[in-house]
Every structure is written in structure tokens, then in C-alpha cells.
Design a protein around this ligand. Structure first.
Ligand SMILES: C[S@@+](CC[C@H](N)C(=O)[O-])C[C@H]1O[C@@H](n2cnc3c(N)ncnc32)[C@H](O)[C@@H]1O
Length: 241
């Protein structure tokens, strides 16, 4: 029996998400919950945000078993506007037994998908050199401060004006430190996005999530890119963060 809030998600994704086990390239079975995929809550927010903005070029850092990737791909498929999804993960064929990649193939979504199997610091720099642009970037790779910071650095350059960057696990101290950097030093480039409006229609949920956002307890945090002038004057004061 389908959970009521799953009805909001695209059909391909619902079918994917309801599988108990996913088969890897080795033939081994992997439980969908065993790969630290994005939470249902995050997925529902990303889903509503997508319907609101219809980003055509999406990028995610951290692909794992492909949960958030499959959602974004099935949304591109639903809209059928030529949308594409790029994902970065150095461990897809090793630690994750190619599960995500095989699922993309299983649901016939390959034509919209590119996977870069390398560390994000290498891939993002290459994408910048290639002058790629994205409308939505989901940062959910390594959660170490230095890696998240590098992901932020390049994401700002790769985002289209008005594009959105989302951070998973915002309460993790490493991620949270990057977010305080943004809010104290990068506020002219990245404006906090109110994600509460994407958290369903129940008033109780709205109040709960508004309070969580105020107290910085939200798992997902988003910003909208303000302008393409992201190069700062070298004399700018560093605000404490
Ligand atoms: C939390 S999981 C991603 C979950 C995924 N977004 C989903 O919803 O299914 C984190 C992923 O980041 C990947 N990862 C770790 N270090 C990375 C790095 N430096 N660059 C890119 N990905 C990295 C891991 O292999 C892992 O698959």
C-alpha cells in the first residue's frame, strides 16, 4: 500500500522507490535504505521545488544508490522538456556496486543522464572549464568541511543566475560551518531560500518546519544565486563564521 505522500512523486520514481532490493553489478542485492539515500522529507521538498521552478539542467554531488538522482530524472521525464541530470560520485562502481547506474538504465533514463565517476573537486573544476551551467545543484557528497566548501565554491560558478543550490545534512557540523560562511560572507551572492513553502500543505507541518528552519534544525537548506558577479575584491573583510 502506497504511503499517501508518495502520490505527490512522479510515477517512475514511486515504482523505483517501492522496490525492496536493488541488484548491483556483482549480482548482490542492496536494500534501498542501506545506502544513506536522501530522506523522504528531502525528496518531497525537492519534488515541490522542481514543480515550482522546472530546472532544466540539474547536478548532484553524491549519487550513491541513485535515490535523489532517480527523482530528478523522473521529474525531467515527466516534463519532457529536454531536461538533463548530471551526477558525480567516485565510488559508484566500487562501494555502491553500480546500483544507481543500473537503476537509471532499468527505468530507461540513460538518455538524460551523465555520471562522472571521480571526486567532485576534479569534476567540478572540469565542468567550470567547459563553461557548463546548471539551474539546480544538490550537494550531498562528502560531508567533510573542506569538501563541502569546495563543492560550494564551484557550485556558485556553475549555477545559472537565479539557480538554486541545496545542501543535505545541514545540521552536520561540517556542513553547518559552510552554511554560516555563506550567510556571513557570501550573502550578496546567495540568498536563503524559503523551503517551508515546499513542505506540504498541512499547517502543523508548516509551523514545525518554520521553527526548525529558525533554529537551524532543518536537514535541507537552499540558496538562490543572486548574480553572476561572484568574484570578490581581494581586500574584502572576512566576517567571522
Ligand atoms: C549521502 S550519499 C548520497 C545520497 C544520494 N544523494 C541519494 O539521495 O541517493 C553520499 C555520496 O557521496 C559520495 N562521495 C563521497 N565523497 C565524494 C566526493 N569527494 N565527491 C563526490 N561524491 C562523493 C559517496 O560515494 C556517496 O555515494
Amino acid at each position: 500500500m502506497l504511503k499517501p505522500n508518495l502520490y505527490d512523486l512522479p510515477e517512475i520514481f514511486r515504482d523505483f522507490y517501492q522496490q525492496d532490493n536493488l541488484v548491483g553489478a556483482s549480482g548482490q542485492l542492496h536494500g534501498l535504505g542501506s545506502g544513506s539515500g536522501s530522506t523522504l522529507n528531502n525528496l518531497l521538498i525537492i519534488n515541490s521545488l522542481f514543480h515550482d521552478r522546472i530546472p532544466l539542467r540539474t547536478l548532484e554531488i553524491g549519487f550513491c544508490h541513485g535515490v535523489s538522482g532517480l527523482l530528478l530524472l523522473s521529474l525531467h521525464e515527466l516534463y519532457d522538456k529536454g531536461g538533463t541530470h548530471h551526477a558525480i560520485d567516485p565510488f559508484q562502481s566500487t562501494a555502491w556496486d553500480s546500483v544507481g547506474k543500473l537503476q537509471v538504465n532499468h527505468w530507461n533514463l540513460d538518455n538524460r543522464f551523465t555520471l562522472y565517476e571521480d571526486f567532485s573537486c576534479h569534476v567540478l573544476s572540469k565542468l567550470c572549464l567547459e563553461k557548463k551551467k546548471y539551474d539546480l545543484i544538490y550537494i550531498d557528497g562528502s560531508h567533510l568541511f573542506e569538501d563541502v566548501f569546495v563543492d560550494l565554491y564551484y557550485s556558485l560558478r556553475l549555477l545559472e543566475d537565479g539557480g538554486v543550490v541545496l545542501f543535505d545534512d545541514s545540521t552536520d557540523p561540517h556542513v553547518a560551518k559552510v552554511l554560516t560562511f555563506i550567510e556571513s560572507n557570501y550573502d550578496e551572492f546567495l540568498k536563503p531560500l524559503d523551503l517551508v513553502k515546499y513542505r506540504g500543505n498541512r499547517i502543523f507541518d508548516k509551523i514545525k518546519y518554520k521553527a526548525a528552519a529558525k533554529l537551524k534544525f532543518s536537514q535541507l537548506t537552499g540558496y538562490e544565486k543572486q548574480s553572476d558577479k561572484y568574484l570578490r575584491d581581494w581586500r574584502v573583510k572576512l566576517e567571522r563564521f
